[in-house]
Design a binder for this molecule. Structure first.
Ligand code: TEU
Ligand code: CA
Length: 594
C-alpha cells in the first residue's frame, strides 16, 4: 500500500491486517526509507487512572477517555498507548494484572472498551495496549493455583526456589520496589521470585505453557482489533537457571546480570513474533530497561523479527545520590551524547522511540526545562522542538502538551505510588538518610509527579472529576489547563499541534540522517537532519541566559519552520536571516533549506 493512501485515507480506510512496508529504492541517502506507519506516527500515552473521570468516583476511566478523543484528534496524534486497563487489585496501579481478558472494574466494562476502540478508529486513532507479562498479580488464578501445592499443574508457571536455610531467601536479590525479590510462601515452604512488588510474582517464561497462554491472550486482543502492544519490562522475561547472589547495590544484591536481557529473551520474542505479531498489522514497542544500542539492534532491528522499537532509558537514568533518587541534573553535554549516540547508532538498522517523560518519570518541563512561570512555556516548547525534530517515533505523555509540571509535594503521605512510599520507608524511616537530605531527591523523581490528574479546565479539580480525585490535582491548574491552552493560539498545546503537523508534511523529519553540532556546548543543543537535498537545522538553548550563535552558512536565510520566540510578540522570523545571532533564554528554532 502506498504511503499516500495511508496518509489521506486513514480516517476512512482501516489498515489492512498484514505487514506492508514500502521498500524504497531511491538511493543511498534514504537508506532508512523502509517506510511504515508506526515510523511516521506520533503516539500519545494515557495513564487512564488520571486522564478523565466520567462518573465522579475520582478515578479516571474508559468512558472518560472516549469523551476526550476529539481533543486528541485535534492535537493531531495518530496512536494512543494506554497504561494497563485490565482487571487488577491495583498494588501497582494496574501493572499487577489478575485477569488479562477483563477490564478493571474502576475503569468500566469490556463494552466500554469496545466502544472506545471503535470511537478511536472512527477518528483514525489507533489503540496500543500495555502488555504486562513479565509478571502477573498474585491474585491471578494461575498464581492462586500455583501456590497451592508443589504438584499443582500451575506450579511451574512461576519461579519457585527453596530458601538457603531458616528464614533465608534463595539469594540476596532486591526488588525494584524495595525489600527482597523473594517472598516466602507458607503453604509449600518455598520462595517465589518477584522483581517488583510481592504482589507481582514473575512468570516462568521457560515453561512452554506460559508462552502459549500469553500468545493466545495476545491473539485474542489482536482479533478484537487493537493496533499494538507496549511491552512492560520485556527485557526481563528470561532468567538464568543459576541464581547466585548479586553484587550489593544499596541494601540488596542486584539481579541485573541474571534477569535482564537473559539467555532466551530473543528466542522468546522471535517466537512471539512468529506466533502472533507477524500475523497482524500492529506496532510493538518494548520497554527494555538497561538496553544499549547494540542490544536494541537485536530487539528491534529492521530484520531481526522481534519488535518494532524499544524504549531506552539512558537519558533518564542519571546516577542518583540514593539509588535512582536525586535532585541533580544531567549535564547537557552528557544528555546530547546519549541522544546522539542513539540517533546515529540505530540509523538504518533499527528504529528509535523518543520521549522525555512517561508515567514512571517526573514531568519533562520540570526535569529538563524550567518550570518557573516566566520560562515554563518557552522551555516546554524548546524541549518539544528538540525531541520532535529527531529521528524516531515521538511519544507525548498526557499533559506534556500543556506544559504540566511536577507537583510540590510537602509530605510523604501525599504519595500514592508504591515505589515512592517504599523508597521513603527504606531510605528515611530506616535512618539511612535524613528527611532534609532525601526529600528534595524523592520530590524531584517521584513517579507521582506524572500521575496527578490531567488538567482540563479551571473549575474544581481541574475538570478531571466531579468527586474527590484519588491523587491531588496540581495547584497550578488555574493557569495550566487544556481549556486555556486550546483557546490560546500561541500556547504550548498549539506548538505541539504544529510540530505534529510538520512531521506529517516533511519526510526529512521522520527519515533524515542526524548529525550533532557543537557537542561541547553546555548551553546549546544543535543538530542537523538530512534527507537527499533537504536539510534541517535545529537549535535549542537549554539555559535561562542569552547565548550567541552563528548560523551555519548553508542555513543563512533558510525557511524558518517553527520557532518558540517568534510568538508572544517576539521578533519576526527574519531574525534568522543574519548569520550572527543571539539566542534568548530557552529559545528554539528550526530552519530548512529548500
Ligand atoms: O517499569 C519498569 C521499570 O523498569 C522502571 O521504570 C520502574 O517502574 C521504576 O520506575 C523503577 O524505578 C514498568 C512500568 O512502566 C511501571 O509503571 C511498573 O511499575 C513496572 O514496570 C512493573 O510492572
Ligand atoms: Ca471513574
Amino acid at each position: 500500500m502506498a504511503l499516500g493512501i495511508y496518509l489521506s485515507g486513514l480516517a476512512e480506510v482501516r489498515p489492512k491486517r498484514h505487514r506492508c512496508y514500502e521498500k524504497n529504492k531511491r538511493g543511498k541517502e534514504d537508506i532508512n526509507m523502509n517506510r511504515a506507519w508506526w515510523k511516521e506516527a506520533v503516539i500519545y500515552q494515557i495513564y487512564p487512572r488520571s486522564f478523565m473521570d466520567s462518573n465522579g468516583d475520582g478515578i479516571g476511566d474508559l468512558k472518560g477517555i472516549t469523551s476526550r478523543l476529539d481533543y486528541l484528534k485535534y492535537l493531531g496524534i495518530d496512536v494512543v498507548w494506554m497504561s494497563p486497563v485490565y482487571k487488577s487489585p491495583n498494588d501497582d496501579n494496574g501493572y499487577d494484572i489478575s485477569d488479562y481478558q477483563e477490564i478493571m472494574e474502576e475503569f468500566g466494562t469490556m463494552e466500554d472498551f469496545d466502544e472506545l476502540l471503535s470511537a478511536a478508529h472512527e477518528r483514525g486513532i489507533r489503540i496500543v495496549m500495555d502488555l504486562v507479562v513479565n509478571h502477573t498479580s498474585d491474585e491471578h488464578r494461575w498464581f492462586v493455583e500455583s501456590r497451592k501445592s508443589k504438584e499443582n499443574k500451575y506450579r511451574d508457571y512461576y519461579i519457585w526456589r527453596e530458601g538457603k536455610g531458616e528464614n533465608t531467601p534463595p539469594n540476596n536479590w532486591g526488588s525494584c520496589f524495595g525489600g527482597p525479590a523473594w517472598e516466602y510462601d507458607q503453604e509449600t515452604g518455598m520462595y517465589y521470585l518477584h522483581l517488583f512488588s510481592k504482589k507481582q510474582p514473575d512468570l516462568n517464561w521457560d515453561n512452554e505453557k506460559v508462552r502459549r497462554e500469553v500468545f493466545d491472550m495476545m491473539t485474542w486482543w489482536c482479533e478484537k482489533g487493537i493496533d499494538g502492544f507496549r511491552m512492560d519490562v520485556i527485557s526481563m522475561i528470561s532468567k538464568t537457571k543459576e541464581m547466585p547472589d548479586g553484587e550489593i547495590n544499596g541494601l540488596y544484591g542486584s539481579f541485573d546480570p541474571y534477569c535482564v536481557h537473559g539467555p532466551n529473551v530473543h528466542r522468546y520474542l522471535q517466537e512471539m513474533n512468529r506466533e502472533v505479531l507477524s500475523k497482524y498489522d500492529i506496532m510493538t514497542v518494548g520497554e527494555t530497561a538497561g538496553v544499549t544500542t547494540e542490544l536494541a539492534k537485536q530487539y528491534a532491528g529492521e530484520d531481526t523479527g522481534e519488535l518494532n522499537m524499544v524504549f531506552q532509558f539512558e537519558h533518564v537514568s542519571d546516577p542518583g545520590k540514593y539509588g535512582k533518587w536525586t535532585d541533580e541534573r544531567m549535564p547537557l553535554t552528557e544528555l546530547k551524547k546519549i541522544m546522539s549516540h542513539w540517533q546515529t547508532e540505530l540509523y538504518g538498522k533499527a528504529w528509535n522511540s523518543l520521549f522525555w517523560d512517561n508515567h514512571d518519570q517526573p514531568r519533562a518541563v520540570s526535569r529538563f526545562g524550567d518550570d518557573r512561570p516566566q520560562y515554563r512555556e518557552l522551555s516546554a516548547k524548546m524541549l518539544a522542538t528538540c525531541l520532535h525534530m529527531m529521528q524516531g517515533t515521538p511519544y507525548i505523555y498526557q499533559g506534556e502538551e500543556l506544559g504540566m509540571t511536577n507537583y510540590p509535594f510537602s509530605s510523604p503521605d501525599e504519595f500514592r505510588d508504591i515505589e515512592s512510599i517504599h523508597a521513603y520507608e527504606e531510605w528515611c524511616e530506616s535512618g539511612l538518610v535524613s528527611h532534609e537530605e532525601f526529600w528534595p531527591c524523592i520530590v524531584s523523581r517521584s513517579r507521582d509527579n506524572a500521575r496527578t490528574p490531567m488538567q482540563w479546565d479551571d473549575t474544581n479539580e481541574a475538570g478531571f472529576t466531579t468527586g474527590k480525585p484519588w491523587i491531588a490535582v496540581n495547584l497550578n491548574y488555574k493557569e495550566i489547563n487544556a481549556k486555556t491552552e486550546t483557546e490560546d493560539p500561541e500556547s504550548v498545546f498549539h506548538y505541539y499541534r504544529k510540530l505534529i503537523a510538520l512531521r506529517k508534511e516533511h519526510p526529512v523529519i521522520v527519515y533524515g540522517n542526524y548529525e550533532l553540532l557543537l557537542a561541547d556546548s553546555e548551553e546549546l543543543f544543535v543538530y542537523t537532519r538530512t534527507l537527499e537535498e533537504k536539510k534541517l537545522l535545529v537549535v535549542c538553548n537549554f539555559t535561562d541566559s542569552e547565548v550567541p550563535f552563528s548560523i551555519p552558512e548553508a542555513f543563512v536565510g533558510a525557511d524558518c519552520l517553527i520557532a518558540n520566540r517568534v510568538e508572544r510578540g517576539g521578533e519576526a522570523e527574519s531574525r534568522y536571516d543574519e548569520a550572527e545571532t543571539v539566542l534568548g533564554p530557552y529559545e528554539a528554532f528550526v530552519l530548512m533549506t529548500v
